[in-house]
Ligand binder design. Structure first.
Ligand code: AHM
Ligand code: MG
Length: 333
């Protein structure tokens, strides 16, 4: 990947996006602008998250919020901020959000793109100061320019994503994304208000020792899944790591090697995670980094979507671990 080699760690996200655009001149700059809009939205959300712990005492500090908005839950705030940034940015005609049943029309009917997103995933972790994340997925619309967005714009399938990624609000804030030419990560420098390239052309280790699954459901798992976990436990150095915050669990495994699983459970027979704004984007990222994704039968990217909020079984992992799991699942089929 020459592009990545040409840009050293420390390059700003803006500059990186510009260079990427020069290297792929088919892009007129709208996608670049959209990526910048997403980065801006994430900075705003980052600020809100950092303030979250102060919400109960802001009144006492005499700094209660400027807009006079009623205090809302952070995931709702993230949703509103994200939508606002995309509406103002002008490159998006429709938004699908985990927080809204219906497609949100931005009014930018001449825009070329639609965005599916989970504005703040891992909401159960917000109150306890644990890492949370934003996930996004971008498509070129299939509906006519000049008209509102329709469900078919979102139901194109994972292979049609033109870009996807996530922002992890963790011990530091990091934006990770792909446009189908490798994966790059940008770490946020708070005092400068800029993202800087920190992990160029990420390659997921082929072999991983970490498994991430909610083991409380172990007895409910199918035999192949149980066997796979039991096999992993036998390997020396094997580790179980589960935050319960998808973006955090995913990001750690992407860098260190491992596998994330949300198999069917009694309560969630089709899995828990959402196909359009959780599974597809992370599958795009992991496969671009040399890892694999699966629903047990096929790459997550090959699932034909049926409805905009559908859930799916998901396995995301290092090549070797995912292949081993896949073999077990096939044996039992
Ligand atoms: P949410 O969108 O309601 O926050 O749920 C998604 C979260 C993921 O972040 C996480 O991987 C998963 O749910 C954890 O589920 P569980 O608590 O069943 O293990
Ligand atoms: Mg979610």
């Amino acid at each position: 990947n020459n592009l990545t080699l040409a840009l050293p760690v420390g390059t700003t996200l803006d500059r990186f996006i510009n260079r990427q655009q020069e290297a792929f001149p088919y892009a007129k700059g709208e996608l670049s602008q959209l990526l910048r809009d997403i980065a801006l939205a994430s900075k705003i959300i980052n600020r809100e998250i950092n303030r979250a712990g102060l919400i109960d005492i802001t009144g006492a500090l005499g700094s209660s919020n400027i807009q006079g908005e009623a205090q809302q839950k952070l995931d709702m705030i993230a949703n509103i901020r994200f939508i606002r940034a995309l509406v103002n940015g002008g490159e998006v005609v429709g938004i699908l959000s985990e927080e809204d049943d219906e497609i949100i029309q931005t009014g930018n009917y001449n825009a070329k793109y639609v965005v599916a997103m989970d504005p703040l995933d891992g909401s159960s972790n917000i109150d306890v100061n644990v890492s949370i994340g934003t996930i996004f997925s971008i498509y070129r619309r299939v509906s006519d320019i000049g008209s509102p967005a329709v469900e078919d714009d979102f139901l194109q399938g994972g292979r049609k994503q033109v870009a996807a990624g996530y922002i992890l609000y963790g011990s530091s804030t990091i934006m990770v994304y792909t446009t189908g030419k490798g994966v790059n990560a940008f770490t946020y420098e708070n005092s400068l208000g800029e993202y800087f390239l920190s992990h160029a052309d990420i390659k997921m280790p082929e072999d991983g020792k970490i498994y991430s699954v909610n083991e409380a459901y172990f007895e409910e798992f199918t035999n192949p899944v149980k066997e796979f976990i039991q096999d992993m436990r036998k390997h020396s150095g094997c580790m179980a790591r589960y935050i319960g915050s998808l973006v955090g669990d995913f990001h750690r495994n992407l860098l260190k090697g491992g596998i994330y699983m949300y198999p069917p459970t009694r309560k969630a027979k089709e899995g828990k995670l959402r196909l359009l704004y959780e599974c597809y984007p992370l599958a795009f990222v992991i496969e671009q980094a040399g890892g694999l994704s699966s629903d047990g039968m096929q790459s997550l990217l090959d699932i034909v979507p049926e409805s905009i909020h559908q859930r799916n079984i998901v396995y995301l992992g290092s090549k070797n671990q995912l292949t081993q799991l896949q073999k077990k699942l096939e044996k039992y089929h």
